[in-house]
Design a protein around this ligand. Structure first.
Ligand code: NAD
Length: 241
């Protein structure tokens, strides 16, 4: 199957499944690749509930630094093209593993954040989850006195079942799935493309490197997110619904 056969413009329910690679073009480091964050920091000290329970101030210092860094970055070409596609095809959904909010900043509306968001905080008291875009945070404590924690899925945390169900519904009804910039090593997120493959829906992978799932995609586009999405965009011949 060639790119013209996959023409984006004929699809009505596209799922973009994105990982850290798409935001690498905004200057945000990936976790595992070259220059990855976990080569520099030990996640057991900064990104798990145990570390937070041990030393919340140290974990918050790390997260505040990340929030300040990401706030200075801007959405990349890949984020912008996906937002444009959603304008042409309203049935487009982004399922992202990223926590950086870049898809929304680029203009995407229908975004499912599998691993939460660095721009939300939560407390187990009845104040629950809330937006907090302040850099630095106004307070690291909830009104109840407990420490707020970032509303992100840390190592060993379960995923939010409601969020997974939304993602499953999107992938079970999509007519094209495009995976961009993920090493497909984090489960259960990595199962998302497998569902589309089982349904025999066309699937495209965009990545400069092959991954464990590469042989199972309909098309592998070896390259970076912005460049390859541009190529797909150029093949899109729009048809009216
Ligand atoms: P990963 O770090 O494991 O893998 C990144 C993938 O992106 C690699 O396969 C790499 O080859 C590819 N890549 C690198 N540059 C690219 C480019 N320019 N265009 C396209 N692809 C490119 O990331 P992951 O698979 O998303 O898993 C890591 C986990 O870490 C995720 O669950 C995510 O929550 C989290 N994370 C988030 C961010 C963020 O929010 N920006 C950043 C790092 C990690």
């Amino acid at each position: 199957m060639n790119l013209c056969d996959l023409a984006l413009g004929k699809r009505r329910r596209i799922v973009f499944f994105t990982g850290a690679g798409i935001s690498a073009e905004s200057g945000i480091p990936t976790y595992r690749g070259k220059g990855g964050l976990w080569h520099q920091y030990n996640y057991e000290e900064y990104a798990c509930q145990l570390a937070f329970d041990r030393n919340p101030e140290k974990v918050w210092d790390f997260h505040e630094e990340r929030r300040a860094f990401v706030a200075r970055c801007t959405p990349a070409e890949g984020h912008r093209i996906i937002a444009d596609i959603e304008k042409h095809i309203p049935g487009t959904t982004v399922i992202t593993q990223n926590i950086d909010g870049m898809h929304q900043r680029a203009g995407s509306r229908n975004v499912i954040e599998l691993h939460g968001s660095m721009w939300r905080v939560r407390c187990d008291c009845n104040m629950g989850v809330r937006e907090n875009n302040d850099v630095p945070l106004r307070s690291r404590q909830c009104d109840c006195g407990a420490y707020l924690r970032p509303d992100i899925v840390w190592f060993d945390d379960p995923l939010d079942t409601e969020v997974i169900e939304r993602a499953m519904r999107a992938v079970q009804t999509c007519d094209l799935l495009i995976t961009i910039g993920t090493s497909a090593m984090v489960f259960p997120a990595a199962q998302i493309p497998l569902i589309a493959m089982q349904r025999k829906v066309p699937t495209i992978e965009i990545n400069p490197e092959k991954t464990g799932l590469t042989p199972y995609y309909t098309v592998f586009l070896k390259g970076t997110a912005g460049a390859m999405l541009n190529r797909l965009w150029a093949h899109a011949s729009w048809t009216t619904p």
